[in-house]
Structure formats: structure tokens, C-alpha cells
Write a protein that binds this ligand. Structure first.
Ligand code: SAM
Ligand code: SF4
Length: 458
């Protein structure tokens, strides 16, 4: 992959990551609990037919200064207990509106650090999920774990509870970098943890890396990439560090140390791409790498790769996503609904009225069309307007009008052969991967003054 320097200078500007469309910055506080319950009832008649569950654990024993997730520290045992009680209550309440014939195919635990709470709480919640939903034979249950708090015994227990995928937040293998971002070092060596995960029979292990952090250089990040390859996990994620101190004041302190330049960041990305693909991985979407026999790659080849707030997914595994816990987002075909972010407020609201919605968004048909186009661009590097028009019972001309589609907008990429527009299809070359958010932005008629709240695209 060769990154064009002129494009780098021109396009390194703020923009959405498009984990949802419209992005969460557009959600409205006029959307309330009633809207949420109606959206859940409607979702019973919508595609995908499956059910996905997201559980948010917003607690970390120590907060990393780079972190963009909703999380809190300083929690006590009784408080945690009340949080878990609220989770159970919310699952019982919402699941009664979900039709029994829908299969639960995906459960994702994120945070925060779910593995930093007592494993008995995890067991209580997984038992409740299994009681309230009908688990598919081919389900995936994944958990995001910080190696600073992961014991070998935890790996065994998680397997017993039914988990089959563990995602390890590594960020960087260099302790200098971890110290600079106030991140606790791993408790055991990562090699041993991964061996334990394999020995216990988990079907998958992801590792997360982040490039663009303080004290990272092109050279020392190369070492992190090499180490990641040595571990031979089935998936590797390389997130671009998102710096948004206006929303996350904790990140401001890192400005005292400074960050790698955009050119250095692009080089880190380029090296990761080169080294991972040479080692036999294939690139997925904006930032994932997997093995060629992975369901992600098979989905990509059929233009069937999708994305939700939890990351990439396939049409087969993903379902309507029902989110539980503080700040969690339910991602249904026709609406997004987000819970209050603060854990104490979440507990209070759930105890009062079983729901804790603070904002949401109902999508109209046009927005669903735009969402499908942007998703396809972000995941498959390809979009077929005709195929999307058939799904929405319209024609390609109408889709192009909705998108304000104009070749001129893509001139820079078309002139360099980084993009091809042929009849009703658009394809984007691997060399334009780093600019995929910029390209997606040109399909987004909603993009407006919210720009200040986004991170830079590179
Ligand atoms: C909830 S955390 C992972 C679990 C666990 N808490 C840990 O840190 O290992 C999810 C992932 O989001 C990524 N992440 C967090 N903040 C980020 C930021 N500001 N920019 C890019 N990626 C970020 C990190 O790679 C992190 O591993
Ligand atoms: S990166 Fe993980 S451990 Fe660090 S603060 Fe964020 S969620 Fe917690």
C-alpha cells in the first residue's frame, strides 16, 4: 500500500467514524422511553431477524488517559452489586418485548473493563441472558479484557460461562508508551495468556493496538507490529488514536507529551498493513486484519460485511442489537436508543422505571438508504446502487439524488485511480484505505456543524 502525501495533507481533517449512521452526535434528547419500547416492538418485524446483545460495564480500576470509552473508576463493591442488579432488571424488562422465535446469535461484553469486576457478576448476567433469550447453536459470545486484570483462572471461568471469543486490549507492547498513557501493565505475559485462551478452546482471540499515541515512533511501533504477528491471533485491530479533548478532557494531559505527526501515523498504518498482509493476514474494513478463512473475509468477498458499535460483523451473525447498561446503544433497523452515560443515574432510572433512555434517533427511509451506502463503503470498499435500490424498492437514480452523488466530489481519488465509478457501482482501491472516512463523508448529506466533535480522519 502506498499512501499519497498530497492527499494526506489535504484530507487529514475532522470527521465521523461512522460506527452508526447517523452518528450519535445527531441523536435527539426528545426521544424517550416510550419511543424506545415502540422501537423494540417494531424490531420484531424487521431484518436482520437475529438478536445481538451488548452489555456495557463502565468501570476500570485505573483510567488510561487516551481512552475514548465511557468508563469510571473508584467504584465500590456495593455499588457494583447495584449496577449488576440494574442490568438484570433491564434485561428482564426489555426481553419481554422481543419475540421468542428470534435467535440470539451474538453477545458482546464491552466497557470499561468487564474482566475487572468479580466473575460471579459476569456469571449472573450471562445466566440471565440465556434465560431471557433463545441462544442459537452457533452463537458468538465475546468479551473485551484488559491484560492488566486477567488471570488464568478467569479464562477458565469465562469458558465455563459460554464465552468463545476474547478481545485483549494491548494498545502497545512498549511499557514506556503504556506508562505515558497511564495504562497498567499486563499482569501475565501476553504469550502465556494467549496460550491459555487457546488451551481452553476459545474459537477466537482479537488483540487491539492503537497507533498515534504519545512516545510511539515509527520504529518502536514496528516492534509492536512484529510482536503482534508472533502471537498469531486470528484477528488484529489497529485503531487510529482518536483525540477529542473537547469531549474527553482526560486526553488533554497527553498534549504535554505530544503525539506522532500525521505523516508518522500514516507510516505506522502503512507498515502495519504491509507486515500483517505479508504475514498472511487480510485487511478488513478500516482497521481490522484477519485470516483468509475467517468469516469476516468470506463476508467481505461477497460484499456482506457489516459494522455495528461493537465492530465488524457479518449478516449471518449480527442481529438487531439490544444494549444494556450505562451509555449502551440499542441499534435497531429503524432506531437508535442510548442509555444515560453515568452509572449512578443509570441505576436510579432502571430502579424507578426499568428503562434509562436519554437520547435516540428514528431513521426515515432516506437515512436507511444512506446508512446502507456508507456501511458498504466503510466495510466492503464497494457499493452497488442498483442492489441497494432493489432492497428499498426504488431505483438507482433516486439513490444518487438522495446522496447528492456527483463525480466531481471524488475527483482527487478518481484522477489517481484510487476509486472507480462504473455505471451503478463504486469501488475503492486498497491504497485509499486511510481515506475511507473522507470518502464516506462525501456520501453523507447530514454532515454539518457537528464536525468539531469528531476526531481527525487519519
Ligand atoms: C473498552 S477498551 C478494551 C478493553 C479493556 N478496557 C482494555 O483497555 O484492555 C476498547 C478498545 O478501544 C480502543 N480505544 C480506546 N480509546 C481509544 C481512542 N481514543 N482512540 C482509538 N482507540 C481507542 C482501545 O484499543 C481499546 O482496547
Ligand atoms: S482503555 Fe480500557 S482499561 Fe483503559 S480506561 Fe479505557 S476501557 Fe479502561
Amino acid at each position: 500500500m502506498n499512501i499519497n502525501q498530497e492527499l494526506l495533507e489535504k484530507y487529514n481533517k475532522k470527521g465521523p467514524r461512522y460506527t452508526s449512521y447517523p452518528p450519535a452526535t445527531h441523536f435527539s434528547e426528545n426521544y424517550d422511553d416510550k419511543d424506545f419500547i415502540n422501537s423494540v416492538i417494531n424490531s420484531n418485524n424487521e431484518n436482520p431477524q437475529n438478536v445481538s446483545v451488548y452489555i456495557h460495564i463502565p468501570f476500570c480500576p485505573q483510567i488510561c488517559h487516551f481512552c475514548g470509552c465511557t468508563t469510571e473508576s473508584g467504584f465500590t463493591k456495593p455499588f457494583l452489586e447495584r449496577y449488576v442488579d440494574a442490568l438484570i432488571k433491564e434485561i428482564e424488562f426489555v426481553s419481554q418485548y422481543v419475540n421468542d422465535d428470534r435467535k440470539l446469535t451474538q453477545i458482546h461484553w464491552g466497557g470499561g473493563t468487564p474482566n475487572a469486576i468479580s466473575l460471579k457478576y459476569i456469571e449472573r448476567v450471562t445466566d440471565k441472558i440465556k434465560e431471557c433469550f433463545d441462544l442459537s447453536d452457533e452463537y458468538e459470545m465475546a468479551i473485551e479484557c484488559s491484560p492488566a486484570h486477567l488471570d488464568f483462572k478467569h479464562v477458565e471461568l469465562l469458558k465455563n460461562f459460554g464465552f468463545n471469543r476474547i478481545s485483549l486490549g494491548i494498545q502497545d507492547f512498549d511499557n514506556k508508551v503504556l506508562d505515558a498513557i497511564n495504562r497498567r501493565r499486563p499482569k501475565h505475559s501476553i504469550d502465556k495468556i494467549i496460550k491459555k485462551i487457546r488451551d481452553e478452546g476459545f474459537t477466537g482471540t482479537n488483540i487491539d493496538l492503537v497507533y498515534g499515541l504519545p512516545l510511539q515512533t515509527v520504529d518502536n511501533f514496528n516492534k509492536t507490529i512484529d510482536k503482534a504477528i508472533e502471537l498469531n491471533t486470528d484477528r488484529i485491530v489497529t485503531f487510529s488514536y482518536a483525540h477529542v479533548p473537547s469531549i474527553l478532557p482526560r486526553q488533554k494531559i497527553l498534549e504535554n507529551i505530544g503525539f506522532p505527526s500525521a505523516e508518522e501515523k500514516a507510516k505506522m498504518y502503512e507498515n502495519a498493513y504491509k507486515k500483517f498482509t505479508e504475514a498472511g493476514y487480510v485487511a478488513i474494513g478500516m482497521d481490522h486484519f484477519c485470516r483468509p478463512n475467517d468469516e469476516f473475509y468470506l463476508a467481505l468477498k461477497n460484499n456482506q460485511l457489516h459494522r455495528n458499535f461493537q465492530g465488524y460483523c457479518t449478516t449471518k451473525t449480527t442481529g438487531q442489537v439490544y444494549g444494556f447498561g450505562a451509555s449502551s446503544i440499542s441499534q435497531l433497523f429503524s432506531a437508535y436508543s442510548q442509555n444515560v452515560k453515568n452509572a449512578a443515574q443509570y441505576i436510579k432510572k432502571i430502579n424507578e422505571k426499568n428503562t434509562a433512555i436519554f437520547r435516540g434517533y428514528k431513521l426515515n427511509k432516506k437515512e436507511k438508504i444512506i446508512r446502507d451506502v456508507i456501511n458498504s463503503i466503510m466495510c466492503n470498499y464497494y457499493v452497488d446502487f442498483k442492489e441497494i435500490s432493489e432492497r428499498f424498492d426504488t431505483d438507482s437514480k433516486n439513490i444518487k439524488e438522495i446522496l447528492n452523488f456527483d463525480h466531481e466530489k471524488f475527483k482527487d481519488f478518481l484522477d489517481l485511480n484510487l476509486m472507480r465509478i462504473k455505471n451503478d457501482t463504486v469501488s475503492i482501491s486498497h491504497d485509499a484505505r486511510l481515506f475511507i472516512r473522507n470518502i464516506a463523508m462525501e456520501f453523507d448529506p447530514l454532515l454539518n456543524n457537528k464536525i468539531g466533535t469528531y476526531s481527525k480522519t487519519i
